[in-house]
Design a protein around this ligand. Sequence first.
Ligand code: LMR
Length: 394
Amino acid sequence: MLNTLTPQPEDKILALMALYRDDPRDTKIDLGVGVYKDATGHTPIMRAIKAAEKQLWEAETTKSYTALSGDPAFGAAMKTMVLADSVDHARVGAIATPGGTGAIRQAFELMKLANRHGTVWTSNPTWPNHLSILKFMGLANKEYAYFDAATCTVDFDAMMASLKDVKAGDMVLLHGCCHNPTGANLTLDQYGLVADLILEKGAIALVDIAYQGFGDGLEEDAAATRLLATKLPEMLIAASCSKNFGIYRERTGCLMAMSETADNTPVTQGTLNFLNRQNYSFPPDHGARLVTMILGDATLKADWMAELEEVRLGMLGLRTQLADELRQQTNSDRFDFVAQHRGMFSRIGASPEEVLKIREEFGIYMVGDSRLNIAGLNAQTVPLLAHAVAKICR
Ligand code: LMR
């Protein structure tokens, strides 16, 4: 059987990680995969995570199974962090999942169960793995216009025009904040208009929120998701703790499913639990437990929020520095959008050939669509990137 297999397409982000690793130049700069790095290039374990791990090591007396949903306290903590009081939590079912990707996958599984012939609408562009998973699962996918490559901003009119073709029962995948890969985001008013359209069409929104706290702040970044929750009768939310808690390898995510009334929740929750059982049975617990401990303890939470804010402000500072450097080195305001973008990424509008040249000549690695990870920079490397971009992108 195995000799019938054919090679699968490479994931471009992961392939870039390998290319970077194999580059012998010690001046190389990694702006590829979405992992936060401090000024020394290290991905630290957050202080509150370390403290919670220590407490957990002392207090944990069993590694027996939790529940199919994961510990319900994790679901409750995630509802509070993402939704706050925008919706009655009794309307929302939740499961722990292996990372945000696991939550996305389970949301698509739910779509397959509920409406296997519906179409999932994704922004053009979106995180490539959205498209890869949809294709693998055999779900229909259509793209809605999103990014204006000429200005590197959202083309909202084009977006609304393409969403006019959404049909009842379709799913519209929105990035809750910090759009990946572009860094260009909707305003809150625009999210409201998208919600109105989704409601009018009878579709369901799936919000992918993987960078809460990396854009304008922990609460600010959840505002769009909360607004959608107040406007729509039903909604799915795939949340990740990989980035904002820095626990990438612990695989910690949560899928929330908001039903129209609390009467629906037992069946919704039961279906979510069933999907966990079919796909991997009990979800990973360690990261989810740390998150629950931090969100439930005032001291740990304050320290986590303070560190997350340091991370966010550090990235914002790098954005400003990069926009200034690019302004000087290109003698134009062409790249000013870098300071307006939010989150870990910016798509800077370089062609694939230019991206390749920047990699070959300068050892600077960004994804082929010219997405760069702002957190991969530091005060010393920003001028080097600006120089490379100014030289290659004419
Ligand atoms: C990214 O977009 O770089 C991250 O979400 C990591 C990944 O798994 O692709």
